[in-house]
Design a protein around this ligand. Structure first.
Ligand code: ADP
Length: 288
């Protein structure tokens, strides 16, 4: 079998540019990846080890006064595989270096504040990889589709989100925005599986069918998110999600390449290494 590899950087292959057309997007595709599932899984495991070392370096940098962090924003409709990304991709790195936050229906307290209030509180501290399982984008997705606020309110949020993200970037956080796009048919099959397997019932809620029935409105809302908030500094990566192995492989690669670009370095010692070595040797040679 020919070499299995990324023919194109997935950050290029998956970036939503100005001409991005969600309606024409192949949700069963594997853009940029030249290979099959087995090759992809093997490649992902190897890259996971590299990602893990890079993450440890970023963590060490954060412990030593660095201010950089990474934030993975995960969006996608029910069954798109957000949980699988958290488990299988983030599961490859030390959990101490990861800060995970999930955003569901706002609590009464959250509702009393601006929609970015609860989001801001969960930004990753220096050295960490933050993961948002849903995010502030729900405030222009479900909120728009379900008309939870009037149009004049949600329509102002795209610019507001861009400006807020710009500030987050300036504070040292690299944003990686990933939208997992599952097809209508595949979502139907995945929801049906949840109703056929007792070990999956817990993942199902009756509201999932209601949301599914608004599919076209959600697609339109997602298309606007990509058109209006895929910026140069914080682009959207739109990931086909019908092949779970591809989505996980692609997110692993995007994160690993992002960390490679940050190139965190091991912090130098803040003490005299030779002196400390001699002092330790002394305790080995002459036990207390
Ligand atoms: P999941 O379905 O991802 O497993 P939960 O059941 O905890 O997670 O809740 C997610 C639900 O919360 C989704 O239906 C989502 O649309 C909703 N949600 C998230 N953010 C908001 C928001 N800002 N306003 C209203 N609903 C929201």
């Amino acid at each position: 079998m020919a070499k299995q590899q990324w023919r194109t950087d997935p950050r290029e292959a998956l970036k939503a540019g100005p001409d991005f057309d969600l309606a024409a997007f192949d949700r069963n595709g594997q853009p940029g990846w030249e290979g099959d599932r087995d090759g992809g899984e093997e490649y992902m495991a190897r890259r996971g080890e590299e990602m893990s070392e890079l993450q440890e370096r970023l963590f060490a940098e954060g412990r030593s006064g660095g201010n950089r962090s990474v934030l993975l924003v995960l969006q996608g409709l029910d069954t798109a595989g957000k949980g699988g990304i958290v488990r299988h991709v983030m599961g490859m790195v030390d959990p101490q270096g990861v800060k995970l936050a999930s955003f569901g229906v706002p609590t009464p307290e959250e509702r009393e504040h601006h929609y970015l209030w609860r989001i801001e509180k969960q930004l990753p501290p220096p050295g960490r990889i933050g993961v948002f399982d849903r995010s502030h984008y729900e405030d222009v997705l479900v909120v728009r589709v379900d008309e939870l606020v009037p149009r004049e309110v949600w329509s102002g949020r795209y610019d507001e989100i861009n400006a807020w993200e710009q500030k987050v970037i300036e504070s040292g956080t690299t944003l990686v925005k990933v939208a997992l796009m599952v097809s209508y048919d595949e979502q139907g099959a995945r929801l049906m599986e949840r109703l056929e397997r007792p070990d999956k019932y817990w993942k199902f809620s009756p509201g999932d069918i209601d949301t599914r029935s608004k599919w076209p409105a959600f697609q339109e809302a997602y298309a606007d998110v990509f058109a209006r908030t895929s910026t140069e500094q914080a682009p959207w990566y739109v990931v086909p999600a019908d092949k779970k192995w591809y989505a996980r492989l692609a997110v692993t690669e995007i994160l690993t390449r992002t960390l490679e670009d940050l190139d965190p370095t091991w912090p130098p010692a803040t003490f005299d290494v030779a002196e400390m070595r001699a002092a330790l040797q002394e305790t080995i040679d002459h036990p207390a």
